[in-house]
Ligand binder design. Structure first.
Ligand code: C2E
Ligand code: CA
Ligand code: CA
Ligand code: CA
Length: 278
């Protein structure tokens, strides 16, 4: 028994070492990838339900290793967060996104750029300054930049964060609550914080046609948004039937595979003249 115990322990230790080594390798690869052109934003259209036009895109980061393939963000964002590389990564996506939106604007297509902001980034003391600098350098109008923050980021230190959000609002950008409904249960922050948009989480939208509970939550979010005069973006739209449920909502934007997956910038341009309602 003693022997097998030692054996199990050793096995455990080896697998822990292997895990740590793999993680370290990933961190080194990511560090290098950030210096090359392997980390790029893809863009997913946000369509105005009323006009059928693309009015915005969300930047979703991808890792395109030189050897080929695509690594999705779920596989490297956590490492980036743990190691602090998320600041560099976040700034890269912010810069690329703003320059891209400015280019589309110059081509006659004002498209709002939505950028995901991680907790780590949001907590940096100079975050507002970074956003201001990138806006100035890219020449993008602040109205065309939207920052997506999750409820947990917003609520992590409510009092300090209010000040930060007011600072960001003063730049003229819009602020969206990402994954709305999945985090904190207290809704009072919506009244106190300078928020513009609620993004209904995909988890509520995916079964909205068959699950009465999800439908009830979505309807409650829509009513809340309407009475607080907030815009709404419904994520994860894959079927037309999901849209029917939302149809009476004002200022509604739709985002999901039904319209487009996140794609490289050059695939967005031809979509900008498309009417998705026809
Ligand atoms: P998120 O911000 O909630 O982004 C929405 C995710 O849902 C994206 O996954 C998108 O590709 C996916 N999605 C969109 N429409 C549909 C649909 O109709 N059906 C399904 N099944 N999925 C859909 P993605 O691109 O893999 O990103 C995952 C998460 O990684 C994001 O979730 C976000 O939290 C994080 N992320 C991505 N890019 C960045 C970034 O630049 N910075 C930071 N901090 N986080 C990022
Ligand atoms: Ca998002
Ligand atoms: Ca989301
Ligand atoms: Ca999410």
């Amino acid at each position: 028994a003693k022997q097998s115990g030692r054996c199990c322990y050793k096995f455990y230790q080896d697998s822990m070492n292997a895990k740590a080594a793999a993680r370290l390798q990933l961190e080194q690869d990511l560090r290098r990838a950030l210096k090359s052109d392997e980390i790029v934003p893809f863009y997913q259209p946000q369509i105005c339900a009323q006009s059928g036009r693309i009015v915005g895109v969300e930047a979703l980061v991808r890792w395109l290793p030189a050897k080929g393939g695509i690594i999705p963000p779920d596989e490297f964002i956590p490492i980036a967060e743990e190691t602090g590389l998320i600041n560099e990564l976040g700034r890269l996506v912010l810069e690329r996104g703003c320059y891209q939106a400015k280019q589309w604007f110059n081509e006659g297509n004002p498209v709002r750029m939505a950028i995901n902001v991680s907790a780590h980034q949001f907590r940096q003391l100079d975050f507002t300054q970074v956003v201001a600098d990138v806006l100035r350098q890219s020449g993008l109008a602040p109205e065309l930049l939207e920052l997506e923050l999750t409820e947990s980021v917003i609520m992590s230190d409510a009092e300090e964060n209010i000040a930060r959000l007011i600072e960001l609002k003063a730049l003229g950008v819009s602020l969206a609550v990402d994954d709305f409904g999945t985090g904190y249960s207290s809704l009072s922050y919506l009244k106190r914080f300078p928020i513009d948009i609620l993004k209904i989480d995909r988890s509520f939208m995916c079964d909205v046609n068959s699950a009465p509970d999800d439908l009830a939550i979505v309807e409650a979010i829509l009513a809340l948004a309407e009475s607080l005069k907030l815009g709404v973006i419904a994520e994860g739209i894959e079927y037309g039937s999901q849209i029917a449920i939302l149809k009476n909502t004002k200022q509604l934007l739709l985002q999901g595979y039904l319209f487009s997956r996140p794609v490289a910038a050059e695939y967005i341009s031809p979509l900008l003249n498309q009417d998705f309602n026809h």
